[in-house]
Design a binder for this molecule. Structure first.
Ligand code: HSE
Length: 433
């Protein structure tokens, strides 16, 4: 075979990047792969939109059957996102013997078993490098580059929108809502940013990379998730100024006592740690392998060309297998049976940042400290702060390591006290040792 035909479904931002890279690097692909990669057809619902692209040699249509029924097309790139339509198109393409490249982490997290069974039946591949951290070749690194290791932990900043918001709040001392609006204006946040700021996008990505890392199929529902919407400017400032930490939305997967600890939540990490220095819309993933030690992957987790770069690398991987008549297209997310149990959050043993909104009276601190002590929680550091606007006092503390079960129980008791004026804020601390 000297030519491999490709069909693209979805000509949005990333789709446009894919077209540009195909056109720019055509000769390079031929040199590297020994075959021509030909982007033969594109389907998109919007044929009217002005696009700054040369589509003269490509058949653009709004009829999906033209791609799915084209027997010359070997590889389908799915870039429409969402669940149902994407699922239908992907499954149809696979049943018709076409390989699929997708950036759709939500689809993979929800319908992995069905997609992979269908791919196996047709002996074709499903590749998804672009679904996690855009341009960073993380999936390839975990599955191939690190195959000589057991992965012990992953700590990742997997969502650029949240990282942009949190780093601007910290560096420019601006409130969450203002920074979010600014991020939307600059194109760093979607018009509907819910999946980003509620942590779900990070959880979808963590489900994929933890399944690959720990060799068992982990679904997104099994991951404990908190977003960043409750994080205030004050929390960012106190974390920095009082405790030498930065707040990041961290996606964590690690082996603890033969169990898998999986969570996505805002986290205080020491300012001196490399992940703390990841600013703006960048992604970064800190991976620890039992032989390689610590590795840091850093780069753009979204955007036209970075994400298209990951899409193209999947296309190239499939093309090279087709060319070599290698029919082993097994896509691997991990076995379905659970080898290791998941660690319940109650069993976590961490340090905690807690901010109490209280009245400013004698005896307040003693009451709070009493309940913490009764629950076997030891205080490492405490400060009282005047909040920026409200008429309350903030008592902010850092605990020594404590069981999360005890912290939750203590907070239920403390939140019932009359001296407490708003729900106490709890943020986990990771020392990143
Ligand atoms: N919206 C995501 C982010 C990129 O902000 O990182 C796509 O998953």
């Amino acid at each position: 075979m000297d030519k491999i035909n490709i069909g693209l479904i979805g000509l949005g931002t990333i789709g446009a990047g894919v077209v540009k890279i195909f056109q720019k690097n055509q000769a390079l692909f031929k040199e590297r792969l020994g075959v021509d990669l030909c982007l033969k057809r594109i389907v998109d619902i919007d044929l009217e939109r002005k696009r700054d692209l040369d589509l003269s040699n490509i058949n653009l249509s709004d009829d999906i059957s033209e791609i799915l029924n084209d027997e010359e097309i070997n590889i389908i790139i799915e870039l429409i996102g969402g669940y149902e339509l994407a699922r239908t198109y992907v499954l149809t393409a696979l049943r018709k013997g076409k390989h699929v490249v997708t950036a759709n982490k939500a689809l993979l997290s929800k319908h992995w078993d069905e997609i992979i069974e269908t791919a196996k039946e047709s002996n074709v591949g499903v590749y998804f490098e672009a679904s996690v951290c855009g341009g960073i070749p993380l999936i390839l690194s975990i599955t191939k580059g690190l195959s000589g290791n057991q992965i012990l932990s992953i700590n990742g900043i997997l969502n650029g929108t949240c990282n942009y918001i949190l780093s601007k709040m910290s560096s420019e001392k601006r409130k969450f809502k203002k920074v979010l609006i600014d991020a939307q204006k600059k194109g760093y946040a979607e018009a509907d940013p819910s999946l980003d700021i509620n942590g779900k996008d990070s959880a979808h990505k963590l489900a994929i990379i933890s399944s690959l890392s720990f060799g068992q199929n982990i679904s997104v529902e099994e991951i404990y998730v908190e977003g960043i919407t409750e994080i205030t400017l004050e929390d960012c400032m106190y974390a920095q100024e009082e405790f030498g930490c930065t707040i990041k939305l961290l996606a964590i997967g690690r082996i603890v006592d033969n169990k898998i600890d999986l969570r996505v939540h805002p986290t205080l990490i020491p300012k001196k740690h490399l992940l703390s220095k990841v600013e703006g819309a960048y992604n970064a993933v800190y991976v620890r392998g039992d032989n390689v030690g610590d590795l840091l992957f850093y780069g753009m987790g979204a955007g036209e060309l970075p994400t298209a770069s990951a899409v193209i690398s999947d296309v190239a991987a499939i093309a090279s297998k087709i060319k070599d008549s290698n029919t082993n297209f097994r896509s691997f997310l991990g076995q379905r049976e659970k080898k290791k149990e998941l660690l319940p959050t109650d069993e976590l043993e961490l340090k905690y940042y807690i901010r109490f909104s209280t009245v400013d009276h004698p005896g307040v601190l003693a009451k709070i400290a009493g309940i913490l002590g009764d629950n076997n929680i030891s205080i490492a550091s405490v400060v009282q702060k005047e909040p920026l606007e409200e008429n309350v006092a903030f008592v902010v503390m850092l605990t020594h390591k404590a069981l999360e079960k005890n912290i939750r129980k203590a907070l239920v008791e403390i939140n019932k006290l009359k001296i407490i004026k708003a729900k106490s804020v709890l943020i986990r601390v990771e020392e990143m040792e």
